[in-house]
Design a protein around this ligand. Structure first.
Ligand SMILES: NC(=O)c1ccc[n+]([C@@H]2O[C@H](COP(=O)([O-])OP(=O)(O)OC[C@H]3O[C@@H](n4cnc5c(N)ncnc54)[C@H](O)[C@@H]3O)[C@@H](O)[C@H]2O)c1
Length: 363
């Protein structure tokens, strides 16, 4: 079992990573949250596949508790779902001292975190991520939110969890496409961290797909640890935290134009490719560097296919990105492993060219 401590105000919290860590959850509740009323928001599909483990553990929890099951789709990441959660919490008489628990992937984590941030002006919550993507990224750092129309995560709040439990057992029921999505975010972390992590990830790509516990433990811990450093320094994304958006300006546009037909993690991989082509176009990296970075993305090619893109629509969609200022698109670009440039601007033609090269890479 690995532990990463995230040192944020008002309360630091621990991310616990490993096989069977969910078994420690009742003891954590007993020691840190005795007597608290619990409200679980659970991913419906995941629950069906893991009800044995979950119900078994629930029977060990003595706190007063209630739950709601939600279908995890981007279409459900809305005000309607938020209202359903709040209404059920109200009817269950949840007070200010209740503890909300998100048990699911990034969609459940984001909407639950936002529900906790806004119920009675903010109550505590815990993240129990059940997808690889949520383990390495969305469950840590306190970004919560929902979509509005086609704009992703446009409504939200920063609200840090009180604890995060990443139990590798949940990954057993996750399909390969979702594993690949999580690996897309790990790829991002490998570029952000250093060449050692990149090489390790490249070498162990197939072991991760096959859910090798030791390798998963390492790559999840490395990714979470990188995110921890960034979040501790810049919790509210006024500067450094923007590095986590590497590839995401393109990815969010791809997701919104294709109305969520392409998954976030897949869009991130495509977005990384486009951002590397843009780095090359702006002479921030050499041809050799580009080739090196694409080596890892090449491993994803068998698992990702993009719908034939309308580049002008993608370009237009990028203007809704939250990082933009004065209607100018701002990119996060890689200069080298661990060397990231923020707020880079580019000409429309350069961006279109990078998008074309990036999408052709996955044909
Ligand atoms: N808050 C953040 O910092 C942050 C960071 C990255 C991504 N996100 C958000 O995360 C979301 C994507 O998260 P995700 O990739 O986890 O997707 P998700 O929550 O949609 O889950 C993917 C699918 O896996 C199913 N599932 C979940 N756990 C399962 C399990 N153990 N076994 C079987 N099926 C399971 C879900 O029902 C769903 O069908 C996006 O909405 C994205 O915007 C947020």
């Amino acid at each position: 079992m690995n532990k990463v401590s995230v040192n944020v105000k008002p309360k630091p919290y621990e991310v616990v990573i490993g096989k069977n860590v969910f078994n420690h959850f009742p003891a954590k509740l007993k020691s840190d949250f005795p007597e608290r009323q619990l409200f679980f928001v659970i991913d419906k599909k995941m629950y069906k596949l893991n009800s044995g483990i979950i119900d078994g553990l629930f029977s060990k929890i003595k706190n007063k508790k209630s739950k709601i099951l939600i279908s995890a789709t981007e279409k459900n990441k809305t005000y309607d779902t938020l209202t359903r959660i709040h209404r059920k919490m109200m009817r269950a008489n949840c007070g200010r001292d209740c503890l909300v628990i998100a048990l699911g992937g990034g969609i459940i984590g984001d909407v639950t975190g936002f529900a906790a941030a806004t119920y009675m002006r903010g109550v505590d919550y815990i993240q129990i991520p059940t997808t690889l993507l949520a383990m390495v990224d969305s469950s840590v750092g306190g970004k919560t939110g929902i979509n509005l129309d086609t704009a992703k995560n446009i409504i939200g709040a920063f609200h840090q969890p009180r604890a995060v439990f990443c139990d590798l057992n949940f990954l057993r029921t996750l399909n390969r496409e979702e594993i690949i999505c999580g690996m897309g975010e790990i790829a991002k972390y490998s570029f952000l961290t250093n060449k050692t992590f990149y090489d390790y990830f490249l070498r162990n790509f197939d072991k991760i797909i096959n859910l090798n516990n030791a390798v998963l433990n390492k790559v999840i811990s490395e990714s979470v640890n990188y995110k921890r450093c960034v979040v501790e320094e810049d919790e509210k994304e006024s500067g450094l935290r923007k590095v986590l958006n590497l590839g995401h300006t393109f990815a969010h546009a791809i997701e919104s134009v294709y109305k969520h037909k392409i998954k976030h993690g897949q869009a991130v991989v495509a977005g990384l490719a486009m951002s590397f082509y843009l780095s090359a176009e702006l002479n921030l990296i050499s041809e050799n560097q580009l080739r090196e970075y694409l080596k890892l993305l090449d491993k994803f090619r068998n698992y990702i296919s993009l719908p034939s893109p309308d580049f002008n629509r993608l370009y237009k969609a990028m203007h809704i990105d939250k990082k933009n200022r004065l209607n100018k698109i701002r990119f996060v670009l890689l200069k080298d492993f661990g060397n990231i440039l923020l707020d880079v601007e580019a000409e429309k033609q350069q961006v279109l060219k990078a998008m074309r090269s990036g999408s052709e890479f996955f044909v």
